[in-house]
Design a protein around this ligand. Structure first.
Ligand SMILES: [Zn+2]
Length: 639
């Protein structure tokens, strides 16, 4: 990691004049109601491995931004350091800074209502422990999942047991569609998302003023045990009011904005509005850099506007499941107006320019927030990235293709790079010019052209170094934490190659067990190696004796399809097994071949056909190149 260059120093100083640095309200809001902080304590797993700590972020104590961090991001990263147990108002508490997300606790008449038990059980337990140290001991009687992202449910077994839920002692509430979204979002494209998430969150980057400083929504993500207990009560109507342990809660569904299944809540007894993740102290992501289906900015804005009209007049504090609260009715309303209009402005202006024919890359250059929004910290892109979001809106309506037929069948990265470098007079000539541009601070172009050199020849050490240097300076200059992480991770990989990713325990058992069979077979089908399947025809009946589910799997034309609730007369074989056996295979506790041998899977018909199909199913590599050429051909591994 290198120093900020003179050009970066100048850029970040210029940014200083553009941001509302005098507005220090957030620091006050974030600290208000603190009871006890987590400080630099370590939260570990049973085996001693680190799950969470704020230790290492001491460098953020400094008031003024260093040259290597955008001044807006520096301030945001400092406010996000507020951590511990907070009293929001009578009977409403929050634990912040124990994970990327917040846990909210409402004190009911007989017990506790926990909203969003963080990502992992270890941090959720630690959060409860801190709460109980200061408040009367009462059992948890209800859990509410605000939405289907894992930072809002993964730690649930740290606050309640499955037995208590099954026995009816605890109810679990969630928005309609929660389970399918929660277990399904990271299945089909999960491997690519996992790899790309490393760029978004910068989890492997060192913390420091030349490394990871924040993620926008919180400091980082906890690395403990993730769990899931299915909800017992679903909110299905657009607005539903329930009394849970004596507390009136108005639930309002907000689907397909920040998450496929999400809700916000208003607590009339306390005049508290919980906007969950529909508002944060950020202009959020319309398309996270890990990859996702594009989110709907227009719907998002309308949900915020609706909350403003319905609850704005009777809210004394606004809390969310990330970042810090907004206090006093007038400021709550002002905040909601700014959030509503940030999503609306960027949406409408992108679409307006789109209809003039401009393409995403051009519109991203053209859109600047109006001064009234730019002077509001919460409209800044710390988690999202304005330019990336503009392109996401374009993609949502028009797709990735910009309409220019030149790009209908453009050469792929390696071939295009080789041709470009050759036309430009060879690698040495390109490097010479690119170094001159680097010295002038033209990092965007240098990153682009040096990347072409890397794709033309990944062994070109000078090109890799120059590309890395350019990405690093771009990271130092950008206000978005996730964009900074992406640039710095890119620089790291150009210098050091694809990192050895932590082995990872794979998917959480709770999530594997909850995966609907339709999704299981959809996922099996996307792992089918089309070349190996060429010319093959296989029909397999599957009978799950414990769940009483039947499936027919059909392979022809190199495509694997299935029909549920059916068995084929002409099947090559019938497999009879339990869902539990299938889950053990998914969790890598056993394999198909072991289960076939042991009789855990009973077979009638041709076992050879089963083996033949299984040998066509790929296992995805956890490491693949992102900032340099992918292998020309993939060798797949069957299991
Ligand atoms: Zn979240």
């Amino acid at each position: 990691m290198k120093d900020a260059t003179e050009a970066t120093r100048v850029a970040n100083r210029a940014a200083l004049a553009q941001v509302p640095l005098a507005d220090r309200q957030s620091f006050e809001d974030a600290r208000r109601g603190l009871i006890e902080a987590l400080g630099d304590k370590l939260i570990t797993r049973g085996d001693g491995r680190l799950v969470w700590t704020l230790k290492g972020y001491e460098f953020l104590e400094r008031e003024d931004a260093p040259d290597s961090v955008h001044p807006g991001l520096w301030r945001h990263a400092r406010v996000n350091m507020a951590n511990g147990l907070y009293r929001v108002t009578d009977r409403v508490y929050q634990i912040r800074g124990f994970d990327v997300s917040n846990m909210t606790i409402i004190e009911g008449d007989s017990g506790l209502i926990v909203i969003d038990p963080l990502i992992s059980t270890e941090v959720a337990e630690a959060a409860m422990e801190l709460y109980l140290k200061h408040r009367p001991h009462k059992p948890v009687v209800a859990v509410i999942y605000s939405h289907s992202h894992i930072d809002h449910f993964g730690g649930v077994r740290g606050v309640v047991s499955g037995e208590d839920v099954a026995a009816g002692k605890v109810t679990i509430w969630a928005p309609a569609g929660f389970m399918a979204a929660a277990v399904g979002e990271n299945v089909i494209a999960g491997n690519a998302m996992l790899r790309r998430a490393l760029f978004q969150f910068g989890a492997m980057l060192p913390r420091g003023e030349r490394g990871q400083v924040d993620t926008g929504l919180g400091k980082s993500v906890s690395l403990g045990t993730t769990t899931l207990i299915p909800p017992t009560n679903l909110i299905k109507k657009p607005v539903e009011t329930h009394r849970i342990d004596g507390i009136e809660i108005i639930f309002e569904l907000t689907p397909d904005a920040e998450a496929p299944a999400e809700l916000i809540m208003y607590y009339p007894d306390f005049w508290v509005l919980n906007m969950t993740e529909i508002t944060t102290q950020n202009f959020h992501n319309l398309l996270p850099m890990r990859g996702a289906l594009v989110r709907d900015s227009l719907a998002w804005s309308k949900y915020i506007g609706g909350a403003l009209h319905r609850y704005g007049g009777s809210s004394e504090v606004l809390i969310a499941q990330h970042n810090w609260p907004v206090w006093s009715g007038a400021r709550v309303r002002g905040f909601l107006r700014k959030q509503r209009d940030a999503y609306k402005f960027v949406h409408d202006q992108t679409v307006r320019l789109m209809n003039y024919g401009y393409v995403g890359a051009e519109i991203a250059e053209m859109i600047k927030l109006p001064a009234s929004l730019n002077q509001e910290w919460s409209a800044h892109s710390f988690y999202g990235n304005l330019k990336h979001n503009v392109r996401a809106i374009y993609q949502r309506y028009l797709g990735h293709y910009d309409g220019n037929p030149t790009n209908l069948d453009a050469l792929p990265p390696v071939e295009a790079a080789k041709k470009s470098v050759e036309y430009m007079g060879g690698a040495e000539a390109v490097l010479k010019k690119a170094r001159e541009d680097f010295s002038r601070g033209e990092y965007r172009w240098v990153a682009q052209v040096a990347s072409q050199l890397v794709f033309a020849d990944p062994a070109n050490r000078d090109a890799r170094e120059l590309a890395a240097d350019a990405l690093e300076q771009l990271g130092y200059q950008v206000e978005s934490a996730t964009a900074r992480n992406a640039y710095l991770q890119g620089a790291f990989e150009l210098r050091n190659g694809v990192p050895n990713l932590p082995g990872g325990s794979g998917a959480a058992p709770d999530i594997v067990r909850s995966l609907p069979l339709d999704m299981y077979f959809d996922f099996m089908a996307v792992r089918l190696n089309g070349d190996k399947a060429a010319g093959k025809t296989i029909v397999l009946n599957w009978r799950f004796i414990d769940t009483k589910e039947d499936y027919v799997l059909n392979l022809e034309n190199s495509a694997l399809t299935f029909v549920a609730d059916m068995q084929a007369d002409n099947a090559d074989a019938t497999l009879t097994l339990t869902r539990a056996t299938l889950d053990e295979i998914s969790l890598q506790k056993t394999t198909y071949s072991a289960a076939l041998q042991s009789g855990q899977i009973a077979v009638a018909g041709s076992i050879e056909k089963i083996v033949e199909l299984l040998e066509m199913i790929d296992t995805f590599p956890i490491r693949f190149p992102v900032v340099e050429p992918r292998p020309a051909a993939i060798s797949s591994t069957a299991r």
